[in-house]
Design a protein around this ligand. Structure first.
Ligand code: GLP
Length: 266
C-alpha cells in the first residue's frame, strides 16, 4: 500500500484524477471501477475538465460501479445511476452501453448479483478501481463484518451509514436500508485500487484502514492485502497516521511519483 498526503482536498482529488487520466491514456479500453459519494465529486469534476480541455477520451472505456441502492429508480436523484449520469457520464464521451451499475430494481436480487459478478469477469476484470471510504470504514457498501472474500451481494446498511446518508433522503425513514455492492473479494481482485479520503471526519477510519489490523470490522483494511493499492489523503484525513513522515518521503523521492510531484499536470 502506498499513501500519498496532499495539502488539501483539491490537490488530493486532482492527483487521483491525474492517475485515472494517465491509465486511460495508456489503455483507452480501460475497465474503470467507479465509486460515488461527495468525495468523488471533485475527481469527476477534474475528469470532465480534462475531457473538455485536454481531450481525455472515454469513448472506449468501460465502467463498473461499486454499488447501488435497492429499490430506487435510475431517475431518482439519490440513485447512484443518477449520480453517475449527473457527475460524469453525461458530461464526457462515454458510450452509455459501456456503463454498468447493479440493478437495484431487479425482481431477483440474488440473480442480479450473480449477473453483475459475471459481467465484471466477462470484461476481463477491473483495471483501476476508484474507492471512497465510509465513516464505518467500508468500501462500496461492505459494512462491518463483511467477509473479506465476499462477492457482489445484497447488504443491509448499518445505522452509521443510514445516518450518514439520511441528509440526502430527507431523513433516516426515507433512506433505503439495503444496497447491492461488489464484495470485498470482488474489489481486491481489481488490478489497481485507488482510494481517496479527505477531511477530518475520515482521519480515524483512514488510520484504522491503513495502519490497523486487517479486520472485517473495517472492510477497507482488506486493501492491505492488495499488491497495488494507492491511498490519497489530504492533511486533515492524514492527521492520525503514525507513518506520515515515511509516506511523505516516499512520495517526494521515489521515481514512480515524479510526474505527480509537479503541481500543474501531466
Ligand atoms: C457511500 C458509498 C461509498 C462511499 C461512501 C463515502 O457509503 N457507498 O462507496 O465511499 O459513501 O461517501 P463520502 O465521500 O460522501 O464521504
Amino acid at each position: 500500500m502506498e499513501v500519498i498526503i496532499q495539502p488539501n482536498s483539491e490537490a488530493a482529488s486532482f492527483l487521483v484524477a491525474r492517475i485515472v487520466q494517465r491509465e486511460l491514456r495508456a489503455n483507452p479500453h480501460l475497465v474503470l471501477g467507479l465509486a460515488t459519494g461527495s468525495t468523488m465529486e471533485q475527481v469527476y469534476r477534474h475528469l470532465v475538465r480534462m475531457h473538455r480541455e485536454e481531450h481525455l477520451d472515454f469513448s472506449l472505456c468501460r465502467t463498473f460501479n461499486l454499488d447501488e441502492y435497492v429499490g430506487l429508480f435510475p431517475s431518482d436523484p439519490n440513485s447512484y445511476r443518477h449520480y453517475m449520469e449527473h457527475h460524469l457520464f453525461r458530461q464526457v464521451n462515454i458510450d452509455a452501453r459501456n456503463t454498468h451499475l447493479p440493478n437495484g430494481l431487479a425482481d431477483d436480487l440474488e440473480a442480479e448479483c450473480r449477473r453483475y459478478e459475471a459481467a465484471v469477469k466477462r470484461f476481463g476484470g477491473v483495471d483501476l478501481q476508484l474507492l471512497g471510504i465510509g465513516k464505518a470504514g467500508h468500501i462500496g457498501f461492505n459494512e462491518p463484518l463483511s467477509a473479506l472474500q465476499s462477492r457482489t451481494r445484497v447488504k443491509a446498511l448499518t445505522p452509521t451509514t443510514l445516518a450518514q446518508n439520511a441528509r440526502f433522503f430527507g431523513g433516516p425513514e426515507h433512506t433505503p436500508r439495503r444496497a447491492i455492492t461488489m464484495g470485498v473479494g470482488t474489489i481486491i481482485e481489481a488490478r489497481r485500487c485507488l482510494l481517496l479520503a479527505t477531511g477530518a471526519s475520515k482521519a480515524k477510519v483512514i488510520a484504522d484502514a491503513v495502519e490497523g489490523p486487517i479486520t472485517s470490522m473495517v472492510s477497507a483494511s482488506a486493501l492491505q492485502l492488495h499488491p497495488r493499492c494507492t491511498v490519497v489523503v489530504d492533511e486533515d484525513a492524514a492527521a492520525n497516521l503514525k507513518g506520515a513522515e515515511y509516506y511523505r518521503w516516499i512520495f517526494a523521492n521515489e521515481p514512480e511519483w515524479e510526474e505527480y510531484r509537479v503541481p500543474g499536470g501531466t
